[in-house]
Design a protein around this ligand. Structure first.
Ligand code: ZN
Length: 111
């Protein structure tokens, strides 16, 4: 993975797990797994806690039923920047390939 990408991810996360668990980030997770054609673009990456992909939030991302946007389905055709990531606090985030991360406003009404 390019060092510049790792650096931008560290800037975005502030070194903390982006799932919002409060632990330091120790892993880089690919939301679209590499085995599903995922790449090292920032919208596809999350800084998560855990040891390998077995424990912590990285482990959670690789287990059966992770929260929305943690593990992108092989059937999902949208770019990762169009698939929001929902953290442990229930907030939805849009990630982009430039290192941006924006809260998705809560839906307040029906239309
Ligand atoms: Zn975590």
């Amino acid at each position: 993975m390019p060092a510049a990408t790792v650096e931008k991810l560290e800037d975005r996360s502030g070194g903390m797990c982006e799932a919002g668990c409060g632990r330091p980030a120790t892993n880089i997770h690919h939301r679209r797994f590499l085995g599903r054609g995922g790449r090292h673009n920032l919208a596809n990456l999350l800084a998560l806690c855990g040891s390998g992909n077995h424990t912590g939030c990285h482990g959670k991302a690789h287990q059966g039923n992770p929260p929305d946007g943690w593990a992108i389905s092989r059937h999902e055709r949208r770019h990762e920047s169009e698939v929001p990531f929902v953290d442990l606090g229930g907030r939805s985030w849009w990630l982009d390939d430039e290192g941006g991360k924006h809260v998705r406003p809560a839906v307040t009404g029906r239309s």
